[in-house]
Design a protein. Structure first.
Length: 158
C-alpha cells in the first residue's frame, strides 16, 4: 500500500513540475541591450503571458532574431540568441511611436496593428530591436519578466 502511495506522490510531483515548466522559464541575460536594468549573466524569472495582456513599459522575453547583428558572429544554427529581453514600447492599438522608432516612420496608419509589438532595449547603442527591425510579431512572445533571480553566492576568496 505504501508503495502505491509513493508512486502516486511521485506522479503528482512530476505533473506539477511539468506544469510549472510550461508556465515559467528562467532566462540568462546575454549582451548589453538592457543595461542598466539587466546585466549580462543575470538570470530572470519569466511567466508565460498572452500578447493581449501586455502593456507598454513591461519587460518581455521573445524568441530571438533570425540573424546576427552586423559584425557579430552567428550563434548556432538559428544565429543569434534563443531568447531576447526587451521593454515593450507599444502594443496593438497604441499610437505608432514614429519619433523614437525610425523603422516605423513610414508605416501606414496611426496605431500599432493587431498581432504586432514595438520593443526596445534600454541601451540603444547596443540593442537590435524595433528601432532597426520595425514591428515584431506577437507570436514571438514567451512572457513577462517577473523579477531577477538571485545568483548563488560564490565561495569567499582567500
Amino acid at each position: 500500500m505504501t508503495g502505491a502511495i509513493a508512486v502516486l506522490v511521485a506522479v503528482g510531483v512530476a505533473l506539477a513540475v511539468v506544469r510549472l515548466r510550461r508556465r515559467y522559464l528562467v532566462v540568462t541575460v546575454q549582451g548589453e541591450s538592457m543595461l542598466p536594468a539587466y546585466r549580462p549573466g543575470e538570470r530572470v524569472l519569466v511567466r508565460r503571458t498572452p500578447p493581449g495582456s501586455l502593456r507598454a513599459g513591461q519587460v518581455v522575453v521573445l524568441s530571438g532574431f533570425a540573424q546576427a547583428r552586423p559584425g557579430e558572429r552567428p550563434r548556432g544554427p538559428r544565429m543569434g540568441p534563443r531568447w531576447i529581453i526587451k521593454r515593450v514600447a507599444a502594443v496593438p492599438g497604441d499610437p505608432i511611436p514614429r519619433d523614437t522608432v525610425p523603422a516605423l516612420r513610414t508605416e501606414p496608419g496611426t496605431r500599432v496593428p493587431d498581432g504586432r509589438l514595438v520593443v526596445l532595449g534600454d541601451n540603444p547603442d547596443h540593442s537590435l530591436d524595433s528601432r532597426q527591425s520595425g514591428y515584431l510579431t506577437a507570436d514571438r512572445l514567451f512572457g513577462v519578466v517577473l523579477r531577477k533571480i538571485d545568483q548563488p553566492m560564490s565561495a569567499p576568496s582567500r
